[in-house]
Design a binder for this molecule. Structure first.
Ligand code: FAD
Length: 428
């Protein structure tokens, strides 16, 4: 094995966007001894969002970064249930296209599976975001604290020179620029100007219901006793998913419906969506659904359009590298969007250890692309398939074993170790 060339000075890293991916990358690179500057467009007045999955492939990376999800009120996911309120699953058991989850009698089991894995967490996005920010900026811990600038309006970038220019006229020079500016990425235009996200045809309601509210209603009380359990109602082109977060005190609820059903709705976290329309969308899905939807807080219902995007030809150009949703927007059907953004950031840090010379950056970014692109695209394909409606004629029929194999592919992976192995292989 040849030696890995080293230099004494730390790398200067510019990160565009302080979302989950940008902060994870910043924290991981800081721990490698680099000087990291994060430029965020928003004011960060109050971080918003609902809950996100931290599957085992993500948990092991967060632990490596010194972040224990349980310290931030995450709770374990222990199982998944499919509620057959309409006998829909039973009736469709033999013809159901998407997933053959049934025993030979054609009866759907109430529980799809229970996990052996004890490291799959559900966490409020604001708690995860806050934890990453706290660790990245802290004066304690390895490396130099990350410098975070908010309300930044970046107007230009030179990927060759690794410079970005703010609207104030200030130009910041780095050795590497990380584009972590989310699904509507500005930095992506320097790599693939013609690639834009497009509507997936679905949109998603998001809201939270407290366990305490559910407990008061005798007919749905059982849900307040299902700690750690994700529950799903799946009916033709629509679906409701509900899973606990914040130490099993809140249910994070997601309602997926066709985009065409609400053509005039305003999307985004700053707009309150109509509870009446939500209830209308799930009419006829049984009493339990009705009772649960009635608990939706009037002032806490949001809806956003689910965007997808074609695969990019590359994630890199000169010293610019894309991570997270900027490189590969994820639909929410496998709970891997945040995990993939964190894997990206940690992979970069593993490939740019302390002592990396600026001359080595181009080859390390090529290694990043090799580590990430194939894996991410495979998981994007699995995610799209998982999002298809039970009545979708194009949905593939997959067996329970195939579904579990997909989940294992996501989760039995250590992005840090894989990147380190690639580094060793490239020098042997
Ligand atoms: C406010 C918000 C709430 C969310 N809530 C949920 C949720 O409840 N559940 C869920 O599963 N997923 C949610 N997501 C999406 C999820 O966090 C991401 O899909 C995933 O974590 C990938 O992270 P990312 O860092 O690539 O992108 P994001 O988390 O989207 O972060 C991108 C960051 O870049 C910033 N940015 C954008 N443009 C620029 C620019 N030109 N210059 C500088 N900064 C820029 C944005 O303000 C943002 O902070 C949310 C995202 C956001 C931004």
């Amino acid at each position: 094995m040849g030696s890995i060339p080293a230099q004494n000075r730390p790398l200067n890293v510019i990160v565009i966007g302080a979302g989950i991916g940008g902060l994870a990358a910043a924290l991981a690179l800081r721990r490698e001894g680099h000087r990291v500057s994060v430029l965020e467009k928003s004011r960060f007045a109050a971080e918003i969002g609902a809950a996100v999955h931290i599957a085992p492939n993500c948990t092991r990376l967060l632990r490596r970064l010194g972040l224990d999800p349980q310290r931030y009120r995450a709770n374990l996911l222990t199982g998944v249930s499919n509620q057959d309120t309409l006998n829909f699953l039973k009736n469709r058991a033999l013809t159901r296209k998407k997933m053959n989850l049934f025993d030979s009698s054609g009866k759907a089991p109430p529980t799809i599976w229970d996990f052996d894995e004890k490291d799959w967490y559900l966490i409020h996005r604001a708690h995860l975001h806050g934890a990453l920010k706290e660790l990245a900026l802290s004066s304690k811990g390895d490396g130099t604290p990350v410098k975070l600038s908010v309300s930044c309006n970046i107007v230009d970038m030179d990927p060759k020179e690794a410079t970005v220019t703010l609207d104030s006229g200030e130009t910041i020079k780095g050795d590497i620029v990380i584009g972590a500016d989310g699904v509507k990425s500005w930095s992506r235009s320097y790599i693939a100007p013609d690639v834009e996200p497009y509507s997936s045809g679905k949109c998603c309601y998001r809201w939270l219901i407290s366990f305490a509210e559910i407990e008061k209603n005798e007919s749905i009380k059982k849900f307040s006793q299902w700690h750690g359990r994700m529950t799903e109602w799946d009916y033709n082109d629509r679906r409701i998913i509900m899973y606990p977060c914040v130490d099993n005190t809140m249910y994070n609820c997601g309602g997926f419906i066709p985009r065409a059903e609400i053509p005039d709705e305003i999307f985004g976290w700053s707009h309150i969506a109509s509870k009446e329309k939500l209830i209308q969308s799930y009419k006829g899905m049984g009493q339990e659904v009705e009772q649960l939807l009635a608990l939706t807080p009037e002032d806490g219902l949001h809806i956003w359009e689910l965007l997808d995007m074609d695969f990019l030809p590359t994630y890199i150009k000169d010293s610019l590298v894309l991570i997270g949703d900027a490189a590969h927007p994820f639909l929410p059907y496998m709970g891997q969007g945040a995990a993939m953004a964190i894997e990206d950031g940690v992979t970069l840090a593993a490939l740019l250890p302390q002592g990396t010379s600026t001359d080595d950056i181009p080859s390390r970014l090529q290694s990043y692309q090799k580590c990430r692109k194939e894996r991410v695209e495979r998981i994007q394909i699995l995610t799209r398939e998982n999002g298809k409606g039970t009545n979708d004629p194009n949905a593939k029929r997959i067996t329970r074993d195939e579904a579990l194999a997909g989940i294992k592919y996501c989760q039995n992976y250590d992005a840090w170790e894989s990147a380190k192995q690639m580094l060793v292989d490239s020098h042997s």
